[in-house]
Ligand binder design. Structure first.
Ligand code: PMP
Length: 434
């Protein structure tokens, strides 16, 4: 029997090296079938929160699996889904009233967009325009791709994506023209919603921006009745230093999308939280006002108990305090590499450390396609990092110890030294890394 082909995500199957076969994960470490263990510095695509194989979360999932593994969520409910909704509504900023469950980050975004568009339909004031930032990334399904940057990721599908008005990326110099544009659009009255990644635009290269920038835009959107959707799929669950990035802004959004870290990284789960006015616009005798959306695994009980267990760990293990300590260590390392000629810019925000490598020193843009080269350099030394073009970053699980972080910093310092010594080879052909 020939072996079934496994088609890997974001992977050119012709040129990619053999995938690394992982047998076990523990804490911040991944253990391959053969070879040395690997330090997971990107929380396995930004999902792992308290560490791989956290025993408490594993135990809660096992207990739940013995009771109720799954039940249709239309016409039925269960304690883990109800309890999680209660906790999330209490923890999320602003007047979040309802929790809609789905499966992943892209579906959480799809749901948010559909809720916003149908909100205006149900309110008898249909609006269809959506605003997003130029370099945004919100997922891989069609709606999520539509509100994301047109890029190599979307190129084959651009003709099928719906039209979106892209606002300049949130750099301070763009604030006034962006506000003017929102004002113009607001006066036209056709804009349904503005979707954004609060404080950090992840896949765009860990672009960090100020809470005050976002507050200015949200305030304006409120004034012109444009709904705001915060995509906290990456930023949620502590990444930026607070449980949610939107806690750091004054004006809370109408809709918040969550996924990735919600279950501590154990199981897929998406959540779209909506403010009371959104939820209420769907309440009617008229069946046409129903939100006709749902997935087979909506509110899977195992995923919900994993999320509850992860929230419990945040409390029991004082995780937010640990994130502050990680931030301090990142700041220390930031100072260590200050002035390095290969470092163009660094950013620290909560557990995130991002380093933009200098482009065009030896040859123009020689680093921007270096994703795969840098990836190999680190993986050969036992570190999992997936640079975004010329942006290297750490977004580790919060269980990472000081000495494990020091290993990562030392590796980055060695890499910067290597750049200085080596005559860099031209980049390997291949896609940029997501
Ligand atoms: N939104 C943001 C901000 C993301 O970073 C991602 C994934 N990287 C998504 C949405 C999509 O999430 P998923 O991969 O779970 O569909």
């Amino acid at each position: 029997m020939s072996e079934g082909k496994v088609w890997h995500p974001y992977t050119q199957m012709k040129t990619a090296p053999e995938p690394i076969w992982i047998e076990k994960g523990e804490g911040a470490w991944l253990y391959p079938k053969s070879g040395e263990r690997i330090l997971d510095l990107i929380s396995s695509w930004w999902v792992t929160v308290h560490g791989h194989g956290h025993p408490y979360i594993a135990q809660k999932i096992a207990e739940q699996a013995g009771k109720l593994e799954q039940v249709i969520f239309a016409g039925f409910t269960h304690t883990p889904a109800q309890e999680l909704a209660t906790q999330l509504v209490a923890l999320l900023p602003g007047p979040m009233a309802s929790i809609f469950y789905s499966d992943n980050g892209s579906t959480a975004v799809e749901v948010g967009l559909k809720m916003a568009l149908q909100y205006w339909n149900n309110s008898g004031n249909p609006k269809s325009k959506i605003l997003a930032f130029q370099s945004a990334y919100h997922g891989d399904t069609f709606g999520a791709m539509s509100v994301s940057a047109r890029s190599v990721f979307t190129a084959p599908f651009n003709g099928q994506l719906f039209e979106v008005e892209f606002l300049p990326d949130p750099y301070p110099e763009n604030l006034s023209k962006t506000m003017e544009r929102i004002q113009e659009l607001g006066q036209e009255g056709k804009t349904a919603a503005f979707i954004f990644e609060p404080l950090v635009m992840g896949a765009a290269g860990m672009i960090c921006y100020e809470a005050s920038y976002l507050d200015s835009l949200i305030q304006l959107c409120r004034q012109y009745e444009i709904l705001t959707i915060a995509d906290e799929v990456m930023t949620g669950f502590g990444r930026t230093g607070t449980l949610f990035a939107t806690e750091q802004i004054q004006f809370s959004p109408d809709i918040i999308c969550l996924s990735k870290g919600i279950t501590g990284g154990f199981l897929p789960l998406g959540v779209t939280a909506a403010a009371g006015k959104i939820y209420e616009a769907f309440l009617a005798e008229d069946r046409m006002k129903t939100f006709f959306h749902g997935h087979s695994y909506t509110a899977n009980p195992l995923a919900c108990v994993a999320a509850l267990a992860s929230l419990e760990c945040f409390k029991q293990e004082n995780t937010l305090l640990r994130i502050q300590e990680i931030e301090k260590l990142h700041l220390g390392f930031q100072r260590r590499i200050e002035g390095n000629s290969f470092v163009q810019q660094t950013r620290v925000k909560g557990s995130l450390l991002a380093i933009t490598l200098q482009e065009g020193k030896e040859a123009p843009d020689y680093l921007s396609n270096w994703g795969p080269v840098i990836y190999s350099w680190f993986i050969q030394r036992g570190f999992l990092m997936r640079p975004l073009g010329n942006v290297l970053y750490l977004l580790p699980p919060y269980c990472i110890t000081d000495s494990e972080l020091e290993l990562a910093y030392t590796a980055i310092a060695a890499f910067l030294e290597h750049l200085g010594l080596a005559n860099p080879e031209p980049p390997l052909p291949g896609p940029v890394f997501g």
